[in-house]
Write a new protein. Sequence first.
Length: 256
Amino acid sequence: MNRSAPLRAFLIDDEPLALNRLARLLAATGRVEIVGRATDPAQGLAAVAASAVDVLFLDIHMPGLSGFQIVERVPPGPDVVFVTAHDEHAVRAFEVNAIDYLLKPVERARLDKALDRVATRRSGSAADDVRATLGRLAEHLRATSFLEHFAARTRDRVQLIPAAEVTHVLAKDRATYAVTASAQHMLDQTLAELERRLDPARFLRIHRAILVNLAWVGELRADPDGHLAVRLKDAARTELPVSRDRVRAMKERLGL
């Protein structure tokens, strides 16, 4: 495809801020015409089915329909680029024939490469070797090392807190804290940065401001209004709220 002919793109992400940021990045490339966007995955699927779309930029963790479920139901036509904070899904992304996989926060240079791949695939000028890409990606995932310690800076030292001792990570008052059974430690990283660097088999986002260490989850509790909370195994029996859009992922991770 000639760069003068913009790619028709549709965006689906249940987080409005992430959706708007991706739209701005795509618009800045000058290579894309955004023909639609949606924060509701079911509505987005219906809109894509009724539109002329070249490429679908798609989050994975969404309430109602996951990104994988959308790919299974969308009519043939658009290429798919997943955009998510969770790289543990990368191999499966290629198993469902996604053309590329972008990690949040998306970088402009990486986005340009994804657009190159979409344009090349659609022009038919070169075959896109998905198997080779999958192999490289799987190798990267095997080599990925997750954080084993949190670094908390004070005025004159850096304290290392083992990840296993952290019950949850909390964002509040424009700061991020690693919480243990006995203390809170201020961190330099944002919650989003930590989510990318922590082992997703151990830490799960249950709220926009909370990552919980699953090893510390003792029980789930629902109040009369149906709101779900996790109760930790610490001495204080700390309760943490679970956002409605995270309940399904939480239950799946716990095998419920």
